[in-house]
Design a protein around this ligand. Structure first.
Ligand code: NAD
Length: 268
């Protein structure tokens, strides 16, 4: 699927002249890194019962929940690498073209790509939290050989530090997201259906405040025919790579450039 060059140039011009751009990313941005989305064709809910991420179910069945959570989020996703979409966003941040990323993803790939201003609406799978004393661990510090894993400090149950169904969104990303709706003149939506509340409200609130909406998704979402101004119908990695070539052409020709370096480091 190739996107018409005029539409890409139009999107690049809006991004270049923006005062403050916020990227709003969902599971689709990581599909080309090998992480399936929840919904749609090949989505996780085709293979797994979504109940396993309900907090009440987890509390009642920690060992059973952990067995599947380990299989999905740690045996497989842990090895995923950022794709060109994550890398171009990181380069945009370095070049002052991107103010912040509000992500619904829990895969840590924005940070792995080099982005700093990342607000995780739904937490991060690479961190575990003790439900008794609140101590957090990097997942690499904890053995997942015996499930459920326990806190080495107090013996409490460890839970992945991402938001389960039935849990509240942490206040820091929530505040950052609502602030972004006021200060952003461009929202770049990448790979989200717009079905998950309250994250799906962010682009609508920003639009109400006058922001322009650019959207990348191979399929139409709840945003496409309601608030999207420029729809780039395509995969995140492929589309962002093309956008990156327009946004920083010299960089991509220069062997020492960080995007190229990153693309090499990550073997893309
Ligand atoms: P979703 O699973 O509901 O939908 C995925 C969206 O991505 C769809 O609109 C689909 O058309 C689009 N898509 C598929 N392939 C794409 C590609 N190559 N490039 C761009 N877009 C593509 O995802 P969502 O709306 O973000 O739902 C959010 C929930 O899913 C969140 O709660 C999030 O925590 C969770 N989730 C996160 C991950 C992750 O961290 N990578 C993975 C699965 C689910």
């Amino acid at each position: 699927m190739s996107i018409d060059q005029k539409t890409l140039i139009n999107a690049a011009n809006i991004l270049r002249s923006s005062r403050f751009t916020t990227a709003h990313t969902g599971a689709g941005i990581s599909v080309e890194s090998g992480i399936p989305p929840f919904r749609g064709e090949g989505g996780l809910w085709d293979r797994y019962d979504s109940r396993l991420l309900e907090i009440d179910y987890f509390m009642e069945n920690p060992a059973k929940s952990w067995k599947t959570i380990k299989e999905i989020f740690y045996d497989h996703f842990g090895k995923a690498k950022p794709n060109p979409a994550h890398l171009v966003l990181a380069e945009m941040e370095r070049k002052g073209m991107l103010g912040r990323i509000i992500t619904q993803n829990i895969d840590n790939l924005h940070q792995k790509a080099g982005s700093h201003n990342v607000f995780e609406f739904h937490g991060n799978s690479q961190r575990l939290i003790c439900l008794h004393c609140g101590k957090t661990y990097d997942v690499d510090e904890i053995s997942l050989d015996h499930l459920p894993p326990k806190c080495s400090h107090c013996g409490g149950l460890l839970k992945p530090d991402f938001v389960f169904f039935g849990e509240q969104i942490p206040s820091e990303p929530l505040n950052a997201a609502y602030e972004a709706t006021k200060i952003s003149d461009v929202i770049l939506i990448i790979g989200t259906t717009g079905e998950v509340m309250p994250a799906n409200q962010i682009p609508f609130l920003a639009k109400n405040n006058g922001a322009q909406i650019i959207e990348i998704n191979p399929k139409e979402s709840h945003f496409t025919n309601t608030i999207t101004d420029i729809y780039l119908e395509g995969k995140a990695g492929e589309t962002m790579e093309q956008l990156g070539k327009i946004l920083f052409p010299a960089s991509l020709d220069n062997d020492h450039d960080s995007v190229n370096q990153n693309l090499k480091i990550h073997g893309q």
